[in-house]
Ligand binder design. Structure first.
Ligand code: FAD
Length: 414
């Protein structure tokens, strides 16, 4: 792989940018791989990356039915934070956040990680108590957060209306090293590094069936032919239920649309991320100046990557109340993704009832922030059969009643 650097940019500028190679090679499927990963979103690609980097397993294919990063990875609002309540979640999300800090250097790819700070508003007494509890828990877990008063909230984000008529701001949970990153770049950076290790990333290759020999998986049928594999990792977010059905087991997840939208670009007015969970909306400003806005999930199950108009209306109404200055902004684009929700709002990183099949799903509305850590833990689980970071997130927890309840941290937004 040719390294990207200031020197490379200068060299290419002098020769009219004719020397840039492909970031990753367009591979065709081989007959057999040691590991096949289904889904070239951030989590699938990060898994492949850490399989190679940490465990020396490089005979790997990542199969993608559409284009790389075209699922939720390329559709999210890019919020990264680790202020979760339960110990296993804080460990996993904080590992992830810390991997984001050095990701651009590790991948030699600028993922534009911006630790600008994330503020979660407390707008009811219940939320104040909830966030105070999270701030105390985070202190014990070594996650840097603190609870701010309403006055401090206003100082950090002057465009906020803290005296709203319905839900005045009573305080907020502040994580200064949380922030955002460029979502596509995360997928592209991992793809480039995987391709450089000799792995095959195969786009336009949908898995249509899982081949089993008794209780063991031996390969997959795809729209580009049959592929044998030693181990199979399923990392398909909203389509996890369908892949589980092909494999012969059931998952406790529901697939629902989640929407986001962006405004026309405006001058810089907000240098942090604000989430207002009570009124259901959150906002940050992109480097281009667009206000990036996200809302809640639709209340029905679906596989359409769109979403409904009434949700947009609700989200915008909530944000106009919170940030009155956006009331005359024009909205430019709206889109949706299919998110995979578990009952306790925590992910599943697990072996399955079928030998050789591993599943990584259930990230729901908030998995972008977990991309590197999820890949790290899932690769370890696939390579060694166990991973300390993934241990609490096995499928068995739903049968055993060991829920990891993150509904305060992840139930509404991200
Ligand atoms: C609108 C929106 C806003 C969000 N905002 C945030 C946020 O601010 N912060 C945050 O942390 N998270 C956020 N999320 C959640 C986050 O985007 C996801 O949790 C995360 O991106 C999931 O990554 P993934 O790699 O598991 O899934 P995906 O990126 O969806 O990748 C799965 C891939 O599998 C492929 N696939 C499916 N079926 C098959 C098949 N049969 N064969 C081959 N390939 C298949 C799909 O095409 C897809 O590319 C948001 C999500 C949405 C939709």
């Amino acid at each position: 792989m040719r390294r990207y650097s200031a020197f490379a940019i200068a060299r290419e500028a002098l020769r009219h940018h004719t020397g840039w190679g492909r970031a990753w090679k367009a591979a065709s499927p081989k007959r057999r791989y040691d590991v096949v990963i289904v889904g070239a979103g951030g989590h699938g690609l990060a898994t492949a990356y850490w399989l190679g980097k940490n465990h020396g397993i490089t005979n790997v294919a990542v199969l993608e039915k559409g284009w790389l990063g075209g699922g939720n990875t390329g559709r999210n609002t890019t919020i990264i934070r680790s202020n979760y309540l339960q110990d296993p979640s804080a460990a996993l999300y904080e590992k992830s956040r810390s991997l984001y800090e050095t990701m651009s250097q590790d991948l030699n790819y600028n993922v534009m990680y911006s630790p600008r700070g994330v503020l979660m508003l407390a707008q009811t007494e219940h939320e104040v108590r909830g966030y105070l509890r999270t701030a105390h828990a985070n202190k014990l877990q070594g996650v840097d957060t603190r609870f701010l008063s309403a006055r401090e909230v206003k100082e950090i984000c002057p465009i906020l209306n803290i005296e709203g008529p319905r839900y005045p701001v009573l305080g907020g949970l502040w994580q200064p090293r949380a922030g955002t990153a460029r979502h596509d770049a995360v997928a592209w950076g991992y793809a480039r590094a995987c391709s450089d290790m000799g792995m095959d990333i195969i786009e336009q290759c949908e898995v249509t069936g899982v081949i089993r020999d008794g209780d063991k998986a031996t390969g997959v049928d795809t729209t580009r032919g049959h592929i044998d594999c030693g181990k199979l990792g399923i990392v398909v977010a909203g389509h996890s239920g369908r892949l589980a059905e092909m494999s012969g087991f059931r998952l406790p997840v529901e697939s629902v649309p989640l929407q986001a939208l962006v405004s026309e670009p405006i001058k810089p007015c907000m240098d942090i991320v604000v989430m207002a969970n009570t009124v259901h909306g959150y906002m940050s400003q992109s480097d281009k100046g667009e206000m990036v806005i996200g809302g809640g999930t639709d209340s029905y199950n679906a596989y359409t990557q769109r979403g409904s108009f009434h949700h947009i209306e609700e989200t915008v109404r909530a944000l106009v109340e919170t940030f009155p200055m956006i009331s005359r902004l024009k909205m430019l684009r709206q889109w949706g993704g299919i998110v995979d929700m578990t009952g306790d709002r925590s992910p599943i990183l697990s072996k399955t009832p079928v030998e050789g099949i591993f599943i990584n799903c259930g990230w729901g509305t908030g998995g972008f922030k977990a991309t590197p850590g999820s890949g790290w833990a899932f690769a370890e689980l696939m390579a060694k059969g166990h991973s300390p970071l993934a241990e609490a997130f096995s499928m068995d927890r739903f049968r055993q009643g060991r829920f990891i309840d993150e509904s305060v941290a992840a139930g509404v937004a991200h």
